[in-house]
Design a protein around this ligand. Structure first.
Ligand SMILES: *Cc1c(COP(=O)(O)O)cnc(C)c1O
Length: 423
């Protein structure tokens, strides 16, 4: 775990800000993000890839809060969006069209129309039907769309959970390998579209880089065949995201090994590299700050009930994910505890059977490495208001997302239905 949490006078600080003082000022539960960690990860990655021309497009599904997007834009990142809502957020955060890639397996006509109208740098297609639809939309708008073809390289992927493998044969993502050349060639010949990229994204939390090398080899052969067939418009090779993030004591992603695979391949291929990291840039920047409401003993277990639950952080129950839990006032005594949320659901846990500090009611905890796939997967289940989000930097803090209010919960709803007859 590489989150810069530091105990000062017996209280954990993040980027020089006391988490205890922050809990008093901003209340709990709260997501807290270290600005220094985001910039450190961003710089590590750009230094890793310095030998080849490259663009880093942050996969904002990991955390699409405007404050996070603005921080990454200020560092020089582009953005990768997968829905009309994420496109809207990217625009609100000030990304120029040239800095936006629009991907995703199931874009609606309305979303494609918005992407074409916005003139994003690349719309990544995942099927022939989608490609034809974009060509028709761009023709109707009297413009051209820049197209990337996402290929499923059909490589065997090692990852920590089946839900985050995406580049194997039969996965729903990308154009199947045996159709890739034909669809890319179609993108070259259809009206109102220009084929500018081919790419892949084989999964998240890649524990082994061999599938990346295998996939790159396939993309290299595809680019060679397209060029031989007269395609001269390619600018980018997109290798997706998936860089590994340690959640406990595992080693960090092997960036040197990553560069050793990616850099020579891109030098041979001669296109500009695009990478789409999500988790790598933001996961370690974030902690979820929560207060213990009760400690009770039930069925021989010691249980902490916290004010954060699965509606704030879904990963433990959805992916069986591990998040390290630390007391904001570190203590020496250890215990084996369950940490559960307040939601009426047995699946609402943050940790089970966890060896951790022996804390009691009223104390503050942080769930570590929650900057990615945390706040963005939060829900209002049990009509819980979603947590605020705070950015910390060099001893200062700022609320980047306000805590939801009860009025927010019912804003779209009505108690006075306006009945209409069928049109
Ligand atoms: C989810 C996703 C990413 C980011 O994956 P991380 O593991 O968070 O880096 C990148 N590209 C695409 C197409 C994705 O779906």
């Amino acid at each position: 775990m590489r989150t810069p949490l530091l105990a000062v006078d017996g209280v954990l600080h993040l980027d020089g800000v006391s988490l205890e003082a922050l809990a008093s000022a901003a209340d709990t539960p709260a997501y807290v993000y270290s600005a220094s960690t985001i910039s450190t990860r961003y710089r590590e990655l750009t230094e890793t890839l310095a030998a080849v021309p490259h663009h880093v497009h942050y996969a904002c599904k990991a955390n699409a809060s405007l404050g996070i997007l603005a921080a990454l834009r200020a560092l020089g990142a582009g953005v990768d969006v997968v829905s009309g809502g994420e496109l809207y957020r990217a625009q609100q955060a000030g990304f120029a069209p040239a800095g936006i890639i629009f991907g995703g397996v199931g874009k609606s006509r309305r979303e494609l129309e918005a992407a074409v109208a916005a003139q994003v740098n690349i719309i990544t297609v995942e099927s022939e039907a989608e490609l034809r639809e974009i060509s028709a939309i761009a023709s109707a708008q009297g413009t051209r769309a820049r197209i990337g073809v996402r290929v499923n390289p059909e490589v065997a992927v090692d990852s920590v959970h089946a839900y985050i493998k995406t580049g194997q044969k039969g996965d729903k993502f990308g154009v199947p390998w045996d159709e890739a050349e034909r669809v890319a060639h179609l993108a070259h010949t259809l009206p109102a579209v220009t084929l500018v990229a081919v790419g892949m994204h084989i999964g998240s939390q890649l524990t082994n880089l061999a599938p990346l090398a295998d996939g790159l080899q396939r993309l290299e052969s595809l680019v060679g065949r397209l060029r031989a067939a007269g395609v001269t418009t390619l600018e980018f090779l997109d290798i997706g995201g998936g860089l590994y993030v340690p959640y406990n004591d595992e080693p960090a992603a092997d960036l040197a090994g990553y560069a050793a695979i990616v850099v020579p391949a891109l030098q041979r291929i001669g296109l500009t590299l695009i990478v789409e990291p999500g988790r790598f840039l933001v996961a370690e920047a974030g902690v979820l700050l929560t207060r213990v409401l009760y400690r009770k003993r039930t069925g021989g277990r010691d249980v902490l009930v916290t004010d954060a639950g699965m509606s704030d952080l879904l990963r433990p129950s959805h992916y069986d994910a591990y998040h390290r839990i630390l007391a904001v006032r570190p203590r020496a005594n250890q215990a084996t505890l369950d940490v559960v949320g307040p939601i009426c659901e047995s699946g609402d846990f943050l940790a089970l059977d966890r060896a951790m500090e022996d804390v009691g009611a009223g104390e503050l905890l942080v769930l570590c490495t929650t900057g990615a796939y945390g706040s963005c997967m939060a829900s209002n289940y049990n009509s819980r208001t979603r947590a605020c989000e705070v950015m910390v930097r060099e001893g200062q803090w700022t609320v980047i997302t306000e805590r939801e209010t009860y009025a927010d919960l019912v804003r779209r709803e009505t108690v006075t239905p306006q009945w209409r007859t069928q049109a």
